[in-house]
Design a protein around this ligand. Structure first.
Ligand SMILES: CC(C)(COP(=O)(O)OP(=O)(O)OC[C@H]1O[C@@H](n2cnc3c(N)ncnc32)[C@H](O)[C@@H]1OP(=O)(O)O)[C@@H](O)C(=O)NCCC(=O)NCCS
Length: 370
């Protein structure tokens, strides 16, 4: 008879009683021998997370929504590898993800969070209403922290594909869209110099069918906010706060954004959304980015792609960006001395000299009629 390594896991939980009404099914893998020390350490994860108010609130939410009504599983073997490939996970992160999945499968707390996080996304599939955000996991939970949400997105993949299939979205667009998850692992390296997923909260859009990569740009289904609605009304157009709009994003690690590439993306979007989202009318696109900072005009050549992109939008007002935004997107780490940053291109020189002159970057918010 095989010994179930989880048989006593619940009894080994230390720390205050937790509010969880029930434990969801925990998969048993027999590929590893679990020591009691491992289970003890692992079973403190919820306790550790609860020390942070953000996570405490999120865990309460995950408790409230209960387990998902459908069976969900973390695929393994070739199917796991195929999922990582579909998410375009960098090749040199794959070994890590294979070895860390042991922690997920052996840890009741992690498994509970994983399943409930998936459920939180499933509850908001295909609707413009975000679930509570995915906050980066603290390193205190162990080496899985920067990779944890990758497993959530692996678990979501079949559901995302089913949704895209229902909407007749071509597979090539599904693959291009979901590749942002792997790309975000490159962004983590750029920003922090280490491996992991940089912005798990941002990536909650992709599995829910809220964002699509169409050529160089990403198009997010969104609603016109109040500030934009007022600006649109002020010029006499018939679109209002709460109407559908497309929010435009510019992924990193995809090279320059020529005007022709952007034209092509907008052209693709006009066909794509009419074909696959006929019930939603998109007449307005919005963008909130450091790239829309009007001050960039003082530094960049007139032929700059960024300036050309800016000119598509009617500026509303500065956004809430600060110097960290441009530093992060141009250089990566935000804590390097300014004098040490490379000064090879005009945008690099712009970002640094502007700050050295005592000025601030504030980004911009803009809108355009499609
Ligand atoms: C947005 C992006 C594609 C623009 O690049 P681009 O198409 O080359 O833009 P421009 O033509 O306006 O570039 C102007 C100059 O800045 C340089 N440049 C642009 N982005 C750069 C970057 N991220 N790092 C270093 N140099 C950059 C260009 O090489 C060019 O240099 P030059 O004038 O010395 O020849 C690029 O900055 C990028 O990929 N950024 C990361 C993603 C991002 O910021 N997304 C928005 C998030 S809100």
């Amino acid at each position: 008879m095989r010994t179930d390594p989880f048989a006593n896991a619940e009894a080994q939980v230390i720390g205050p009683a937790r509010p969880y009404r029930q434990r969801d099914h925990i998969p048993v893998t027999h590929q590893h021998i679990f020591t009691m020390e491992c289970i003890l350490t692992a079973s403190r994860i919820i306790e550790i997370l609860r020390e942070d108010q953000h996570f405490a609130t999120w865990l309460d939410y995950l408790d409230e929504i209960g387990p998902p009504p459908v069976a969900i599983s973390l695929v393994d073997g070739d199917a796991f590898m195929a999922a990582l490939a579909d998410l375009d996970v960098p090749v040199d992160d794959i070994e890590t993800l294979i070895s860390l999945r042991f922690q997920i499968e052996s840890d009741p707390d992690l498994w509970w969070i994983l399943v409930r996080a998936v459920h939180s996304l499933l509850l908001r599939m295909d609707i413009v209403d975000s679930p509570p955000g995915f906050h980066p996991m603290p390193i205190a939970i162990g080496p899985i922290a920067p990779f944890f949400y990758v497993y959530v997105f692996v678990m979501m993949l079949a559901h995302t594909k089913a949704l895209h299939h229902r909407r007749s979205i071509p597979e090539v667009i599904t693959i291009a869209t979901m590749a942002d998850i792997g790309r975000n692992m490159l962004v983590h390296r750029k920003w922090h110099g280490t491996h992991g997923l940089a912005a798990p909260d941002w990536l909650t859009l992709h599995p829910r069918g809220m964002i699509y990569q169409l050529g160089r740009l990403q198009f997010e289904r969104s609603d016109i906010d109040k500030t934009t609605g007022n600006a649109i009304a002020a010029v006499g157009l018939p679109y209002r706060t709460g109407d559908s709009c497309l929010s435009i994003h510019i992924p990193d690690f995809m090279g320059s954004m020529s005007a022709a590439a952007c034209d092509d993306s907008f052209h693709q979007a006009s066909i794509f959304f009419a074909d696959h989202f006929p019930e939603e009318e998109f007449h307005i696109a919005v963008c909130n980015s450091w790239l829309l900072d009007k001050q960039l005009k003082d530094y960049l050549k007139p032929a700059s792609n960024v300036l050309s992109f800016q000119s598509r939008f009617r500026q509303i007002r500065p956004a809430e960006w600060n110097n960290d935004g441009p530093i992060r997107f141009v250089f990566g780490p935000i804590d390097e001395p300014l004098e040490s940053l490379p000064q090879d291109t005009s945008i690099q020189r712009a970002v640094v000299s502007h700050i050295q002159a005592g000025r601030s970057w504030h980004g911009g918010m803009g809108w355009m009629e499609l």
